[in-house]
Design a protein around this ligand. Structure first.
Ligand SMILES: NC(=O)c1ccc[n+]([C@@H]2O[C@H](COP(=O)([O-])OP(=O)(O)OC[C@H]3O[C@@H](n4cnc5c(N)ncnc54)[C@H](OP(=O)(O)O)[C@@H]3O)[C@@H](O)[C@H]2O)c1
Length: 324
């Protein structure tokens, strides 16, 4: 099979497509013929050796795939060859076939094609955990989303609206904000041209946002924490800006605000029942047409560099996917 291989930590240009033997499933595992694989910001961190979990090279990156089960290992009870699934291995998805644990695989929702399915799991599962368990977002509350046109940001707009929140989308360009409006954002803020904190206050009668969803970090983080309302929840999702912010604790005291860390993958492994509840919740919203995941860019496997560049050049809107 053809696989994208990281032979040493570095930029996407250092990856190479190589021939690898077809992987065999071990106990509790499935072998999957990959039809499409989602590209996520953490993939860039993984291949650069900067992710919080490090896989030593050589390895095949890729953490989410949609495809067809070709074989099951001993003890697998929920899947059989021919089933269409979404798999979330820690790595290995950027290949014509991958191995996934049964417990990190879900059936493909009805009505999904492989490309849409490959871009769904990580962004929506992360966001469901963030908004349901971490923020306890309530209908009628105001949700401020930074990096709102990106992968997790666009999922936060979609899910925030479905949960009954008023969503303020914040991003670096008017083009991205137009996309955020298409996704359902009620209001928008361009944080390249406007001061984030002032703009949020102006849109909320001075109250601030009840929940702030921040996948960007860096210099925006302090302004975003200042923009929380009384008893606001500031969600630490990620640091796409490349800078981990240091936040003054007095800002939390002044609002009785909470700074809440969100690490979906580890939470899901520690609380499989909670993850199952979230999956049922999302499946219900999908069936009712209340959420609509968007893949905006789908690249052929050989064009992997262009797919990674869409993310590293800060251009991506919605999800980027590789298809096989
Ligand atoms: N906590 C978790 O469980 C979890 C799960 C998945 C992802 N994440 C994290 O969430 C973050 C976003 O992931 P994603 O897949 O949504 O990425 P993405 O699609 O690339 O979106 C990231 C957004 O960050 C903003 N940004 C600011 N500076 C940037 C820079 N120098 N390079 C690229 N983007 C920059 C961009 O929005 P503007 O141009 O509008 O500023 C961009 O749309 C990453 O840090 C990732 O590791 C966390």
């Amino acid at each position: 099979m053809r696989a994208l291989v990281c032979n040493e930590y570095g930029p996407p240009e250092a990856l190479a497509i190589e021939e690898r033997p077809l992987p065999e499933p071990g106990p509790g595992q499935l072998a999957i013929e990959v039809r499409a694989a989602g590209v996520n910001f953490p993939d860039l961190l993984m291949i650069a050796g900067k992710y919080q979990v490090k896989t030593p090279p050589p390895f095949v990156p890729g953490a989410e795939a949609a495809g067809v089960v070709t074989a099951v290992g001993e003890g697998v009870s929920r899947y059989k060859p021919g089933d269409r699934v979404i798999a979330m291995p820690l790595d290995g998805a950027f290949a014509e076939a991958c191995i996934a644990e049964e417990h990190s695989t879900v059936p493909m929702p009805d009505g999904f094609d492989f490309v849409t399915a490959a871009g769904f799991a990580i962004t929506y599962f992360t966001t469901a955990h963030a908004l349901v368990q971490s923020a306890e977002l309530q209908p009628g509350e105001t949700l401020l989303v930074l990096g709102a046109a990106g992968g997790v940001g666009s999922a936060a707009i979609d899910l925030g609206k479905a949960m009954g929140a008023r969503v303020i989308a914040a991003a670096s360009s008017d083009t991205k904000l137009a996309f955020a409006r298409e996704l359902g954002a009620d209001d928008t803020i361009n944080y390249t041209t406007d001061k984030l904190n002032d703009a949020v206050k102006a849109l909320t009668d001075g109250n601030g946002a009840d929940v702030v969803y921040d996948p960007v970090g860096g210099e925006l983080a302090q302004a975003a924490l200042r923009a929380t309302a009384w008893h606001g929840r500031y969600l630490v999702i990620g640091f796409a800006s490349g800078e981990i912010p240091a936040l003054p604790a007095n800002l939390a005291l002044l609002k009785e605000a909470s700074i809440v860390g969100v690490w979906w993958g580890t939470w899901a492994a520690r609380d499989p029942a909670g993850q199952l509840d979230n999956m049922r919740f999302l499946a219900g919203l999908l069936a009712e047409g209340k959420i609509r995941p968007r893949v905006t860019e789908s690249y052929a496997f050989d064009d992997f560099e262009a797919a990674f560049a869409a993310i590293s050049d800060r251009r991506a809107q919605g999800k980027v996917v590789l298809s096989f």
